[in-house]
Design a protein around this ligand. Structure first.
Ligand code: TZP
Ligand code: MG
Length: 243
């Protein structure tokens, strides 16, 4: 199999829900339901447990040409196992330091609540910006709500693809994409559903045929609803330091 570099897999992803898994079993089910971008997020595992989970989940996504695994927070583990990607918040390791240490092609996501944070992430060489919390959420205790307006401001501030996060559900996913998000990151509406795979399938169906879909040239060309022409390339054309 000729698996493209992770950044290319990220760029090409047509499934517009960014998923989360904390077990290989959930990862396998989400992949089967169509997930292409999956983050390993586990706040309480020891480093040894986390590394083991990451390796097992990595094996599952590496069997696929169109899916990738992003490691949350633990940059040292992500780098040590050669993960496809890593995601850091504003209080984690500085984005430019992550970019400097990362191998070429690795996806680097950085959380940003404001246009200023987003611009700094972009200047540091991030691949995407994670913006939120768009809506109130019970999943992250310290999340502050930026609303759709805050999301639009982040989208307008950078050329990077923006991954919206926070309280996104079946009822809101389309308006979040319409605000310019490239992907919607969804935790509870998938992972706490009675059947996470089915919940993901329904969300993916709700996103289908929106501007920004791969088959939709309007979206790629910057149509009314959140054009993404400039947001798909990430670091395209502009080599990031150390990348
Ligand atoms: N960052 C901002 S909001 C959030 C994170 C990790 C939690 C998102 O979870 P949910 O359940 O989709 O609101
Ligand atoms: Mg973090």
């Amino acid at each position: 199999m000729n698996r493209p570099p992770p950044r290319e897999i990220f760029r090409r992803a047509t499934a517009r829900i960014y998923c989360f898994a904390d077990s290989p079993e959930l990862c396998r089910r989400l992949l089967a339901a169509g997930a292409q971008v999956i983050q390993l997020r586990h706040k309480t595992a020891s480093d040894a447990e986390f590394r083991d989970l990451a390796l097992r989940m990595q094996e599952l996504v590496r069997a696929r040409e169109d899916a990738l695994l992003i490691v949350n927070d633990r940059v040292n583990i992500a780098l040590a196992i050669g993960a496809d990607g890593v995601h850091v918040g504003q209080r984690d390791l500085d984005a430019s330091e992550v970019v400097r240490r990362a191998p070429p092609g690795m996806v680097i996501g950085v959380s940003a609540r404001t246009p200023e944070e987003a611009r700094r992430a972009e200047a540091a060489g991030a691949t995407y910006v994670g913006a939120g919390s768009v809506f109130p959420t019970a999943t992250k205790a310290d999340a502050r709500v930026i609303g759709l307006e805050g999301l639009r401001r982040v989208v307008a501030a950078v050329r990077l693809p923006v991954v919206a996060i926070g309280g996104i559900t079946q009822a809101t996913v389309r308006e979040v994409l319409a605000a310019g998000a490239r992907l919607c990151a969804v935790i509870s509406a998938v992972n706490q559903a009675p059947d996470p795979a089915e919940a993901l399938r329904r969300l993916l169906a709700a996103c289908a045929e929106l501007p920004g879909d791969q088959g939709d040239e309007r979206g790629r060309g910057g149509g009314q609803e959140g054009g993404v022409a400039d947001r798909e390339g990430g670091q395209g054309g502009r080599p990031a330091a150390g990348a």
